[in-house]
Design a protein around this ligand. Structure first.
Ligand code: ZN
Length: 186
């Protein structure tokens, strides 16, 4: 069974605006993987107004409500192993902020993110866009995974801008544009 994980990585100190410059995107195509996302993820879906707010934002911006998903909190180390164990060594300075797992309809958010902050919520917005893309089978039509990222980053940037975080929005917008040029990934 084919699994596709999409994740954004953030610096270990996401509170520093400048550190966002180091943000990188990680998209993994894991073919024939045997790992189960549910096996290690915490039990129970998160709930809260912040999730409803993110869903409402994505619905308004895209005109389509995201599919039903379960938002869970997960340890960054677990997220790291989930997306791409080989690509990130122990000396890296980034953490995986969020992952969408199509097979289980889960969004896993790093537990170091405070959902009270717009930045943390913007990662949920990003992954909700991925959930929408997979529900629409967009991943089967694009020329590279970066195209999916371009959309996700663009919507995430809109969210950040709406929250008054113009600098962060700009950086993610640029990052998304680079991704969607299909130069990064296979
Ligand atoms: Zn993404």
């Amino acid at each position: 069974m084919r699994k596709l994980y999409a994740a954004i990585t953030v610096p270990r100190r996401p509170s520093r605006t400048g550190a966002l410059m180091a943000s990188a995107l990680l998209v993994t195509l894991a073919v024939g993987g045997h790992r189960s996302a549910l096996a290690e993820s915490p039990v129970g879906c998160l709930a809260g107004d912040w999730i409803a707010e993110a869903v409402a934002f994505v619905t308004e911006e895209t005109g389509v409500p995201p599919p039903d998903i379960c938002v869970r909190s997960a340890n960054p180390a677990y997220l790291m192993r989930l997306v791409l164990p080989a690509a990130l060594d122990s000396t890296n300075k980034e953490i995986v902020a969020a992952v969408y797992v199509p097979a289980t309809h889960e969004i896993l958010l790093a537990d170091v993110l405070d959902p009270g902050t717009p930045l943390a919520r913007s990662y949920l917005v990003h992954e909700l866009v991925h959930a929408q893309q997979f529900a629409a089978h967009a991943h089967e039509r694009v020329s590279c995974p970066g195209v999916l990222e371009g959309d996700a980053y663009a919507t995430q940037a809109l969210y950040l801008r709406a929250k008054g975080l113009g600098d962060e929005a700009f950086l993610l917008q640029v990052l998304g544009m680079f991704q969607s040029a299909c130069g990064y990934s296979d």
